[in-house]
Design a protein around this ligand. Sequence first.
Ligand code: RNT
Ligand code: ZN
Length: 417
Amino acid sequence: MENINEMYELAKKAYAEFGIDTDAVIEKLKNIPISIQCWQGDDVKGFESKGPLTGGIQTTGNYPGAARNIEELQADFDKAASLIPGKKKICLHAIYLDNKGETVPRDQIKPEHYDVWIKWAKEKGYGVNLDPTCFSHPLSEDGFTLSHHDEKIRKFWIDHVIATRKIAEYIGKEMGQVCASNYWIPDGFKDIPVDRKGYRERLEDSLDQIFSVPVDPKYNIASLEGKVFGIGAESCTIGSNDFYLGYCAKKGQYLTLDAGHFHPTEVISDKISTALQFTPGLLLHVSRPVRWDSDHVVIFDDELKAIAQEIIRSNELDRILIGLDFFDASINRVAAWTIGARNLQKALLYALLEPTELLKKYEVEMDYTSRLALLETLKSYPFTAVWQKYCLECGVPTGYSWMSEIKEYEKQVLSKR
Ligand code: RNT
Ligand code: ZN
């Protein structure tokens, strides 16, 4: 610990040369909430039914110890949260309801089905987000929900999203803070369709119906997530990024950008500034696509740093909801959460330690040499010393020791499931 403080003092001086106050950076980072996806803990199964995961997304691997019920998922999340610095929210999907052993149709979910989460989150000091679940259901089996040509099926999904919207507002009120809801639907065609227009018009109409139900934006914000393709929907995705960017810009809704939802050479770090310019705000699904939307655990790579830099440089933190979206079933799931969330925090710290104004000055002076030289120099600045100090202040392990806690938890808890 003494070493950490000594190293921190040296780092503080180094960054001060560029006018950066590392103490202030640490305080700022402590207050940036990160939404952590509950579904990493159980491979997106949820507690509604034993049906398969559908909608063109997939988990692979069968590492032992997946959570089988709400108590186990909460305990696993608590373990990960104890190893992750900063302010945390849990992101739930509607299928993580507490149905008390009864089957609850998705269009009839109620606030009481989520009270168990609210109570726990209040006790532990987490925030809560809630997403509607428009997949893994018999009525999404033929690949369409909010854009379905069958009016009865489409109505069912509209009612499900509206029910979730009201519950999310209730959660927000209970928690005294906004409960964000990400709307993602899998709708799309395996093979080339002839009526793209009709499906997209119906999707617009469904969203209009959903948003005509008022909620207090202090307690619920919805955000719309587009995608390039899903498994089984390779030829056309109804809710493409173009569709939602247009919808959100025109109708004043938040847009979700998922790092895995674009063509392989497109990056969301380049899309953040555009989306911020034309929408009220953004929700980010920070993920790691490997050749496709594979939802690998987020690592400390260039794109993660670039995403964090765009968030911080934008100076629009109050319009950006930051969330993680990955699910890897081939490794210890508590470790997966911990690795991904720590990396996101690390990237935000890295971005906060940048002398952005100086770099901008070089840029307008067209002194691109200095811009490149400084950006490269910063890569070997003592940012790990600031990271360790931040972890210390947040009461979480500073280095690799967190992994022995995971091993112990695996031995005592996960391996016995
Ligand atoms: C799917 C989307 C979506 C889901 C979660 C479970 O491609 O990324 O966000 O991963 O809602
Ligand atoms: Zn996503």
